[in-house]
Design a protein around this ligand. Structure first.
Ligand code: GDP
Length: 193
């Protein structure tokens, strides 16, 4: 998809605040600092619509990006940030769970992981959550520019096995820095709309 028109519609913390356009929604999940904002910016061909944060864990709302009057990206607060207090974490978990488990227009989750690292316990928990609730997941292994191309397959295998990914869930190598994977991921998203 060639993105011309994006509107940051709203920041929501409660279901009454979610948009009611009925367009398919794709939720973006990832641990803080993994490169989720950079992924969104790259996919939407915007420099800084999703703020690449110097303060990870800052966004505590669900941010809806309306794209081409056809679909939404829903940016979910980054998980696994140690400095968020336990009560903050619970509140934040509650809001996310409420959205992910009860949202009719939600088509799939796009989970961002770092291609360089073995997925963390938080990454595994997040993926298991999607499996548990029958939410199809599209996994993005980003920052691919940081390792040689010859190692991508090996790292993909580690990600797939560590998350114990379902055969139906795809995994894409991505780089926001170099634009790797943009078209393939758009094709995947469009096939689910
Ligand atoms: P977020 O907290 O998950 O939204 O992460 P950000 O998008 O703010 O990215 C965290 C850091 O990783 C920033 O310094 C980005 O410039 C860097 N980063 C994100 N994606 C990439 C990538 O594909 N390649 C490289 N080399 N750096 C990246």
């Amino acid at each position: 998809m060639k993105v011309h028109n994006v509107e940051m519609v709203m920041s929501a913390v409660r279901p009454e605040q979610y948009p009611d356009d009925g367009f398919p929604e794709f939720a973006l999940a990832g641990r803080s600092n993994v490169g989720k904002s950079s992924f969104i910016n790259k996919m939407l061909a915007r420099k800084n619509i999703a703020r690449t944060s110097s303060k990870p864990g800052k966004t505590q709302t669900l941010n809806f990006y309306k794209i081409e009057e056809q679909l939404f990206f829903v940016d979910v607060p980054g998980y696994g940030y140690a400095r968020v207090s336990k009560t903050e974490k619970e509140k934040w978990g509650g809001m996310i769970e409420q959205y992910l488990t009860g949202r009719e227009p939600l088509v799939a989750a796009i989970q961002i992981v770092d291609i360089r690292h073995v997925p963390s316990a938080d990454d595994i928990n997040m993926y298991n959550f999607f499996v548990h609730y029958n939410i199809p997941a599209i996994v993005i292994a980003t920052k691919a520019d940081k390792i040689p191309k010859g190692k991508w397959e090996k790292h993909k295998k580690i990600v797939r096995e560590s998350l114990n990914m379902l055969g139906d869930d795809p995994l894409f190598v991505f780089s926001s820095e170099k634009g790797i994977g943009v078209e393939a991921v758009w094709a995947e998203i469009e096939s689910r709309m």
